[in-house]
Design a protein around this ligand. Structure first.
Ligand code: NAD
Length: 417
């Protein structure tokens, strides 16, 4: 097989095209959706601790705001490019539609390795990003959040910079903030909790029982670890976790609390004593019911898709399956719940945070959890109806359902005839 083209923008555009064709939509819909409404490119000068100046490239893409203000994270990573940010903003538009939140799609990024910056340099970079993009952000314009390489502390600096310029307490301009400073309870756990809910609902539809279901994961960061926690709470058994260079495996099950305890004293899980360390080749061939990628993009390419030995894949990470990998999984009858459905718990609780900020009225943890559960199950059922009606995959259904919704709103707004 030829080497795949893995430009994320081309992949995102292909997904839109396929869904528009499946729905037999007018070609103008594809034209409207294939590129973001705007991409702002900035240069951010940062005074480094040694007195020198570094200039970092930054981006903010607003793909579509038919349903509401833009929403999407800010990524600090050395591989950030304009095309990647554009693609991620497209996926955010569809994720917002699937999640049923009143947001359009947006994404931002800075080409930087944050691990190479000191805390003070990181703070200056975060503040510089906001100063350059101030006019394009706002709680009713475009609302960023954390993504790879950014976190609640960085959101804290960013919203502080934003409010210094605006002179107003518009905390709803950023989500994923620290709880003490306008963040929502339940946001940190939200994506992993949502992944576990989607896995549970799909398992039911496949006629399986959570108590008899085995899981493997890739990654044990925010999404991976909380997915493991909630899968375990719901009765499932996590037996293996792929790390960067190896995997850990215990057919009797890996205990979430115990792994977190181990991580507190040891930097990684590869030396976790209650599991066998196995090579990644062996990991991919493990015979389990569900695999949850929760780390990186393009993890399941054609080669992995041919050998993976599971019934169901729930995409916790963004874009973990390549287009060729996806085709092979479909041919092999492996069910895949796509990222825009599976990991939409993060954007749902970000929406809750925004609502709480606008009303300056904060909810209890139980309220957040209960509302997220209802929103996720509704999102799942909406997509399941399309899967059944059109006999398509979950991914095809998720894109078809979101594009239909967008098309209706754009028509009502007079953007298309
Ligand atoms: P994170 O940085 O907290 O965790 C990622 C983990 O993956 C880290 O522990 C890292 O060591 C590990 N990792 C990196 N490369 C790996 C590899 N090749 N094999 C195995 N493990 C590897 O990030 P996160 O927030 O958990 O995000 C993970 C994925 O989920 C990303 O694709 C992200 O875009 C997506 N996502 C995150 C959220 C959220 O709320 N955090 C929401 C939606 C989607």
């Amino acid at each position: 097989m030829e080497r795949e083209i893995l430009n994320p923008l081309e992949n995102a555009q292909l997904q839109i095209k396929k869904a528009c064709e499946a729905l037999n939509l007018h070609p103008s819909i594809y034209k409207l959706l294939k590129e973001p409404k705007r991409l702002v490119e900035i240069s951010i000068p940062v005074k480094m601790d040694d007195g020198s100046i570094e200039v970092f490239k930054g981006y903010r893409s607003l793909h579509n705001d038919a349903l509401g203000p833009g929403k999407g994270g800010i990524r600090f990573h050395p591989n950030v490019t304009a095309d990647e940010v554009k693609a991620l903003s497209i996926w955010m538009t569809f994720k917002g539609c699937v999640a049923g939140v009143p947001f359009g799609g947006a994404k931002g990024g800075v080409t930087v390795d944050p691990k190479k910056l000191s805390m003070t340099e990181l703070e200056r970079l975060a503040r510089g990003y906001v100063r350059e993009l101030y006019d394009y952000l706002g709680e009713k314009i475009d609302i960023p959040a954390p993504d790879m390489g950014t976190n609640a502390q960085i959101m804290g600096w960013m919203i502080d910079e934003y409010m210094n310029i605006s002179g107003k307490s518009d905390t709803g301009t950023f989500t994923g903030k620290p709880i003490e400073f306008g963040g929502s309870k339940g946001r940190v756990e939200a994506t992993g909790f949502g992944v576990a809910i989607i896995a549970r609902e799909t398992i039911k539809k496949l006629g399986l029982k959570m108590e008899n279901t085995t899981f493997t994961l890739q990654g044990f960061g925010n999404v991976g670890s909380y997915t493991a926690k909630y899968v375990q709470d719901m009765g499932g058994k996590v037996v293996g976790i792929a790390l960067r260079d190896c995997a850990i495996y215990n057919p009797k099950g890996l205990d979430y609390e115990d792994m977190v305890k181990h991580l507190k004293t040891n930097k990684n899980l590869s030396n976790y004593p209650k599991a066998d360390k196995i090579p990644l080749d062996e990991f991919w061939e493990l015979n389990v019911d569900v695999f949850i990628p929760a780390a990186i993009e393009n993890a399941i390419d054609a080669e992995i898709a041919k050998k993976i030995n599971v019934k169901l894949i729930c995409e916790g990470a963004n874009g973990p399956t390549t287009p060729d990998g996806d085709t092979i999984l479909k041919e092999r009858g492996i069910v895949v719940t796509p990222d825009i459905l599976t990991n939409c718990g993060g954007v749902i609780v970000s929406y809750f945070e925004w609502v709480q900020n606008l009303y300056k009225h904060f909810w209890f943890s139980d309220e957040v959890v209960a509302r997220q559960e209802v929103a996720m199950v509704n999102a799942f059922n909406d997509i399941w109806d399309v899967v059944e009606k059109y006999k398509v995959t979950f991914r095809e259904a998720a894109y078809m359902s979101s594009i239909k919704k967008l098309e209706e709103v754009m028509r009502l707004r007079g953007w298309i005839q």
